[in-house]
Design a protein around this ligand. Structure first.
Ligand SMILES: CC(C)(COP(=O)(O)OP(=O)(O)OC[C@H]1O[C@@H](n2cnc3c(N)ncnc32)[C@H](O)[C@@H]1OP(=O)(O)O)[C@@H](O)C(=O)NCCC(=O)NCCS
Length: 405
């Protein structure tokens, strides 16, 4: 390979490094405002590029996140902007950048890397395992009745998105800290990403709207959305496109969705990036009408098994010994005893044998060991080891990440 792999040294170099992924979105050069917003949350040292004659032909970066996992939070590399120009594809450029990036993350004591994959064939070879699902819905507003009527409490207000960080951030944080898959948002992230509404982000949609539910003066739920107004022969065909809606209690979540379903003039309410176990499935009288569909969501890669698995909570007593195969990060390979009394290397006989990607799949609680076994992704070497591992790794809900990073 006649290209040099190194991280960026300046915001200008980051702009070059994201050009390859921008190419696939149809852009000849990154939008100035987009690049500027990105560099506010993605330090140059965390963006690797493949340089050829002073030009970036590939790029790959990682946000420095704090990721919620069952029982806590861990520093995690949120891998992003992966792209290699079509003139340089299939020559090992992505592989070389991934090598450099994951080695650097490991050296910086980030025990986990994770990402959204545009194509599900790409990342398994680097040890990423499918770890969550993401769902979407498209509901005709007249079919949005709940299974039981409820007396709305609290007050919904429309607030200018630019001025809402202090209202929204505490609600988000209460949900994020309790939901595996979500990451802590900095104030810069709120301003540069979540609440930003530049023209280039809107497409054909309306302005970013923000509704906040307050109960006795306390903000408890919010919705970020866009109104897409449309009529055909005088009949409304428009929709509400929900970007993010959440509440810090079941009552608050129910109330903010009722608000969204009751906006006049709209024919439909659409939402993406929902968790697989979204409460609307049981709130609605006609859940089938949601058109709920799902696909792969987060992909998780453990970079440091001992630190990553020790940070996670386990249910009940005892431990299971797992033999891990890890070709891309061989320092993880070997037998690990995993349980509530710690995670350590061991020379005990393993009960389970699997590839590192399988550990990524169970890490957030999105899959059970039984599901892995059914797909022949784990070998049960000692009878009962799968059932015991499932008891240890048990979680209460599906992982959820409400945004693509
Ligand atoms: C995906 C992409 C970054 C791969 O870059 P690349 O430099 O061609 O990848 P490499 O040559 O390093 O390939 C590494 C391995 O992945 C495989 N691979 C790479 N891209 C693949 C794809 N899209 N589908 C299937 N396999 C793929 C290669 O065959 C190779 O396999 P091997 O290790 O068994 O030989 C590049 O094709 C691209 O920019 N695609 C469009 C944008 C995109 O999808 N980005 C990902 C965003 S999440």
């Amino acid at each position: 390979m006649d290209v040099e792999i190194r991280h960026c040294a300046s915001a200008e170099e980051v702009r070059d490094a994201i050009a390859p992924i921008g190419y696939y979105f149809g852009r000849s050069a990154p939008h100035q405002d987009q690049a500027e917003r990105l560099t506010r949350v993605l330090p140059a040292q965390r963006v690797y590029a493949a340089w050829e004659g002073g030009r970036a032909v590939g790029g790959l970066g990682a946000f420095p996140f704090k990721l919620t996992i069952p029982g806590g939070r861990v520093p995690a590399a949120g891998v992003t902007v992966a792209g290699v120009l079509p003139t340089h594809r299939r020559r090992g450029v992505l592989r070389a950048m991934m090598r450099a990036l994951l080695d650097a993350c490991y050296d910086q004591r980030e025990p986990v890397a994770y990402l959204w994959a545009t194509e599900d064939t790409i990342y398994g070879r680097f040890g990423f395992g499918l770890a969550s699902f993401t769902a979407e819905m498209d509901l005709a507003r007249e079919r949005s009745a709940f299974h039981a009527p409820f007396a709305a409490s609290g007050r919904v207000q429309l607030v200018s998105p630019g001025a809402t960080e202090e209202l929204l951030a505490p609600i988000y944080e209460r949900v994020a800290v309790a939901t595996p898959g979500m990451f802590a948002r900095s104030s810069t992230w709120w301003q540069a990403r979540t609440l930003a509404d530049p023209e280039w982000r809107r497409g054909t949609n309306g302005d970013l709207q923000c509704a906040v539910l307050e109960n006795e003066g306390r903000p408890s739920a919010y919705a970020l959305y866009r109104v897409n107004s449309a009529f055909e022969r005088g009949l409304q065909t428009g929709s509400v496109a929900v970007i993010e809606a959440m509440g810090d209690s079941p009552e608050a979540t129910r109330a903010i969705w009722r608000y969204l379903f009751d906006i006049d003039w709209m024919a439909r309410v659409k939402a993406r990036l929902l968790p697989l176990d979204h409460p609307l499935l049981l709130l609605l009288a006609e859940p089938r009408r949601l058109g709920f569909s799902f696909r792969d969501g987060l992909w998780v890669r453990l970079l440091d098994i001992e630190t990553a698995m020790s940070a996670r909570s386990y249910q009940g007593q005892g431990s299971v010994v797992i033999e891990v195969i890890d070709e891309f990060c061989p320092w993880n390979a070997g037998c690990w005893r995993v349980g509530s009394d710690g995670v350590k290397r061991t020379d005990q006989a393993p009960g389970l044998r699997c590839d590192i990607s399988a550990l990524g799949s169970v890490y957030l609680g999105g899959f059970t060991w039984t599901q892995l076994a059914r797909a022949l992704r784990v070998n049960e070497l000692l009878s009962g080891a799968i059932a015991h591992a499932d008891a240890l790794f048990q979680v209460r809900g599906a992982p959820w990440c409400p945004e693509i990073f």
